[in-house]
Design a protein around this ligand. Structure first.
Ligand SMILES: [Zn+2]
Length: 643
């Protein structure tokens, strides 16, 4: 008890210090929003009764007459767009099961809405469905202002709302006493590209919001451990079985929190170029074996991002470990807070806990700071993040062992990313808005897998260093700015000093696939009419290899030919025509040939037709294909895609 009081006193002092420090610090972002939310959580009904005061500053340069807001928790209702799509095209939560179950009901009810100084506008609120016209979808509402808001001015909304959490679905909700509160408060849309951007919540979409500050005060059952975005600035035991805790966060665009009576809090820190960053991990008691694995992966990832991409400017990162059966809360990113995923038995050979922590921390950069529009350009976040995941997991755990590392089989990130991409390779372009993909597999395979594969293939064209340098420049230029795809491509072009538009056009905006193959190969004596016996070192052979561009994607082709004296030659083709004939007249016979000899064109749908050998070694090919099938099955069972 005493220790607890001491901690609270220290926290209060820290709060005062950080509050005064915050006032002096230079904002990292254009702070459009300032949220002050105060709420009380009822752990029996899984509801939060809260008041939100949102101060919105008009940086748009234009007068604003109306404001749209997200009410994400309303997605968890039978006729919502999210639920309808989940039923029809699928979603990632295997725990949800088939059909509707009342335990997955969630809602966000606005009890009253006042524009401060202008009056109550609750009756003027109307639900809108800009994406699909579904009148039963209540995930977005709009309200007109009594007085228009000129540029440079601020407006304040006071919203009384009640959030009802579902049993965990789509990264939010409760499982027994555990609560992961994500997307829980009315959140204003983003004025972007000259218009309001406030999409409905879809089964395949994530989020988009403006930067600002958050001050959140929560009353919850006493002694529960709480974790949240930002830093804790206060906490007191109310003496009536409840406690009140407060948090402050700045230069973030969302706020999530978690509470649980049984988690174990572990604290650590890491020194980075930006200073010391505090690490807080909220672990389930049954998952302690995974704690050192999370921590090592987190520290390794933070160091690599610091080295390759840019500085982590926040004072803390919190890792939340969801309980058994609460996996739908796992594998998610919120500003300065991520959720991990493991189970009570997690073999060391399967690097799932590491992969999830790497992936979700990576989002602190692409989703958290660069903050692209996840509804319309999901690949800029999930996809770029899957590329950095591959780079970092490979660097930390080995290229061929970064996902699976057992005596029976090994597998790396490259294979894992390709596994998502290959089956859906030409169904949808990367550039498609997330909710318009053919189905859930296509959304994830293209958005995550294809983007990673596109960026890895780019390394073969311009070099690994150039790609990472380009990403670093893109991050530095666009952090806190909500860039668009064309901002990404132009930043990459400029940073690498190359006009890569020919590549982006195919890779981002097209659905063409790459499948270069060796069509035929032969090596016959040049004097074919000569009846005399062939003589080694005298007879000249005409060797040729025809390479066929079977897919519609064109990339320059490198062919490596090997001759019977052990010598090899490499030859190039621009890859634009349908096929190309490579030929040599030499005293050595051709024994094998291979396109993409460095195995860097991960975009190639079928690498098994990339090589030819004089005496086809069918055994080896069969073995490779069998191994691939085994690996694929293993991984499919072990991993579902990450948010
Ligand atoms: Zn993700």
């Amino acid at each position: 008890m005493e220790i607890r009081c001491w901690r609270i006193c220290l926290m209060a002092i820290a709060a005062l210090l950080s509050a005064s420090g915050a006032a002096q610090s230079t904002p990292l972002s254009e702070r459009v929003v300032a949220y002050q939310i105060e709420g009380a959580y009822n752990a029996k009904t899984h509801t939060l009764d809260a008041t939100e005061v949102l101060t919105y500053t008009n940086h748009t340069g234009t007068t604003l007459n109306a404001f749209p807001f997200h009410l994400y928790l309303n997605a968890f209702q039978p006729k919502s767009t999210w639920m309808t799509e989940a039923e029809r095209i699928g979603q990632r939560d295997s725990e949800m099961g088939e059909g509707w179950d009342d335990k997955h009901y969630g809602s966000n009810e606005v009890k009253s809405l006042e524009v401060v100084g202008q009056g109550d506008v609750t009756k003027q609120m109307k639900f809108i469905s800009p994406d699909d016209g579904n009148a039963d979808d209540h995930t977005v509402f709009e309200v007109a202002l009594p007085k228009p808001l000129p540029p440079g001015q601020s407006v304040q909304f006071r919203i009384h709302f009640v959030a009802k959490f579902p049993e965990v679905v789509a990264r939010t909700g409760y499982k027994r006493d555990f609560l992961m509160a994500g997307q829980w408060f009315p959140k204003v849309g983003v004025w972007w590209n000259g218009a309001w951007n406030c999409h409905q919540f879809h089964a395949t979409t994530e989020f988009f919001a403006d930067f600002g500050t958050f001050d959140v005060k929560l009353t919850l059952p006493a002694k529960w451990n709480v974790g949240a975005t930002g830093l804790q600035t206060g906490g007191k035991d109310n003496g009536n079985g409840t406690q009140t805790v407060s948090f402050h966060a700045e230069d973030v665009h969302d706020f999530a929190w978690t509470a649980d009576p049984t988690t174990k809090v572990m604290e650590d820190s890491i020194r980075l170029s930006s200073g010391t960053v505090k690490i807080r991990m909220l672990m389930q008691p049954g998952h302690m074996a995974s704690a050192p694995r999370y921590l090592a992966a987190l520290k390794g990832t933070m160091q690599k991002f610091d080295e390759w991409i840019g500085a982590y400017p926040y004072p803390q990162i919190t890792v939340v470990d969801p309980p058994h059966g609460g996996g739908a809360a796992g594998g998610m990113e919120y500003p300065t807070l991520i959720t991990a995923d493991t189970s009570w038995f997690m073999p060391k050979s399967l690097l799932l806990p590491e992969l999830v922590v790497e992936h979700e921390f990576g989002h602190q950069y692409w989703y958290g700071m660069v903050a692209t529009n996840e509804f319309e350009n999901a690949w800029l976040d999930e996809g770029i993040n899957s590329y950095t995941e591959t780079k970092i997991m490979d660097a930390l755990y080995g290229r061929n062992t970064s996902v699976l590392n057992s005596r029976l089989a090994t597998g790396g990130e490259r294979g894992y990313q390709r596994m998502g991409y290959v089956p859906v390779s030409n169904l949808d372009p990367l550039s498609r808005p997330a909710w318009l993909f053919e189905n859930n597999e296509s959304y994830s395979g293209i958005t995550y897998g294809k983007t990673a594969v596109v960026m890895l293939t780019l390394e073969s064209l311009i070099g690994e260093k150039a790609v990472l340098h380009g990403l670093h420049e893109y991050f530095e230029r666009y952090k806190f700015k909500h860039p668009r795809p064309e901002d990404f491509t132009s930043a990459m072009n400029e940073a690498t000093g190359q006009n890569l538009d020919w590549y982006w056009k195919q890779a981002i905006y097209g659905t063409q696939t790459l499948d270069d193959r060796i069509l035929t190969a032969s090596s016959e004596r040049l004097d074919w009419y000569n009846k005399a016996k062939e003589k080694k070192g005298v007879t000249v052979y005409h060797s040729e290899v025809i390479v066929h561009r079977r897919g519609e994607f064109d990339l320059p082709v490198v062919l490596e030919a090997k001759f019977d004296d052990g010598s090899t030659v490499r030859a190039n083709w621009d890859g634009k025509d349908r096929w190309h004939r490579f030929s040599w007249d030499r005293k050595e016979k051709l024994v094998s040939a291979e396109i993409d000899p460095d195995h860097g064109y991960l975009l190639d749908r079928d690498p098994f037709n990339n090589s030819w050998t004089e005496k086809a070694d069918r055994k080896a090919t069969g073995k490779l294909a069998g191994y691939w099938t085994l690996l694929t099955q293993w991984l499919e069972q072990a991993l579902s895609w990450l948010a």
